[in-house]
Ligand binder design. Structure first.
Ligand SMILES: [Zn+2]
Length: 247
C-alpha cells in the first residue's frame, strides 16, 4: 500500500504480524543479562511538572467536564521535557539503566522495553522571491519571537514531502510545490529534542501570504536584512548555505 501526495511516496507494508513485546526484546534482555523483576513503587504527580496540569484536569477530559484549553500556551519546563523517560511508557514500571548495543540505555525490567533515543525528523522549506527568503516569526516557545524557515516535525504517518507542504500552508497560508531537496542538517539546540532537518527548495503555487498556526509574522527578507535572532543554528546554516549556493 502506498500513500503520499504524489511528490513523496510513503511505503507501507501490507501486514504486520503481531509480536509480543517480551518476545521482541527477549533476545536483548538475554544477551545483556537483564533480569525481569517487580517494579518499584510507582511515584505519581498531583500536578504534572511539565505541563502544570493537574491530574484531574487532563487534556482529554470526558464530555461535560472542564476541558483543558489547548489554545492557552503551556508553561513548559524545557529542561525537564528533554530528560529521559523515568517510567516505562508501555507498562509504567521504573526504568533502569543498562549497557545495550555499546551504549547505556534505559530499559524496562518488567516488559523489556528499551528506550532508544533518536533525533526527531523535521522539514523546512526555502521559498524565495527576488532573492529574498521567506521567514516566519515564532509565536510560541521555544524561541518565541525569533525567526525561522517555515518548518515543523514530521508526523508519524506522514512523508517528509507532505510535512513540508503542510507546514508551509499552516504557517504561511501558501500552497507550495517542492522543487528539489536542498540538504539535510542536524540540530541539537532545540530544547524539546535533537532533530534532523530535511530542507527543500519550493515554489509558490497560490494562496495569500499570511501568518497562521504557530507563526506571528511571515515575511520575505533580503540577504542583508536577515534578522539576527534566527531560532535554530541549523536554520541559520541553511540560510547561509542557500545564499552561497546562488552566488
Ligand atoms: Zn515496561
Amino acid at each position: 500500500m502506498l500513500y503520499g501526495n504524489g511528490q513523496g511516496v510513503h511505503y507501507q507494508r501490507e501486514q504486520f504480524s503481531l509480536i509480543d513485546l517480551r518476545d521482541f526484546f527477549g533476545d536483548v534482555m538475554k544477551k545483556n543479562k537483564i533480569e525481569i523483576k517487580k517494579p518499584k513503587k510507582r511515584h505519581t504527580w498531583e500536578i504534572s511538572p511539565v505541563t502544570k496540569i493537574k491530574e484531574s484536569e487532563k487534556a482529554y477530559t470526558r464530555k461535560g467536564k472542564k476541558r483543558y484549553d489547548s489554545k492557552k500556551e503551556l508553561e513548559c519546563d524545557f529542561e525537564l521535557l528533554k530528560k529521559d523517560y523515568r517510567y516505562c511508557p508501555k507498562c509504567s514500571a521504573e526504568l533502569v539503566e543498562k549497557k545495550i548495543e555499546h551504549k547505556k540505555r534505559k530499559v524496562c525490567p518488567v516488559c523489556g522495553f528499551v528506550l532508544y533515543k533518536n533525533p526527531a525528523p523535521a522539514t523546512a522549506i526555502i521559498l524565495t522571491q527576488d532573492n529574498k527568503i521567506l521567514l516566519v516569526k515564532r509565536k510560541y516557545n521555544p524561541f518565541k519571537g525569533d525567526w525561522s524557515l517555515p518548518a515543523g516535525f514530521i508526523e508519524y504517518d506522514e512523508s517528509p514531502e507532505s510535512c513540508a507542504i503542510r507546514e508551509a500552508k499552516e504557517e504561511t497560508n501558501l500552497n507550495v510545490k517542492l522543487t528539489r531537496l536542498f540538504d539535510v542538517y542536524s540540530g541539537s539546540d532545540d530544547p524539546r529534542t535533537n532533530a534532523i532537518l530535511i530542507v527543500y527548495l519550493a515554489k509558490v503555487l497560490g494562496g495569500d501570504l499570511k501568518p497562521g498556526d504557530d507563526a506571528a509574522e511571515a515575511k520575505y527578507f533580503p540577504e542583508n536584512k536577515i534578522p539576527q535572532n534566527i531560532a535554530f543554528a541549523a536554520h541559520q546554516q541553511v540560510i547561509e548555505d542557500f545564499y552561497k549556493s546562488i552566488l
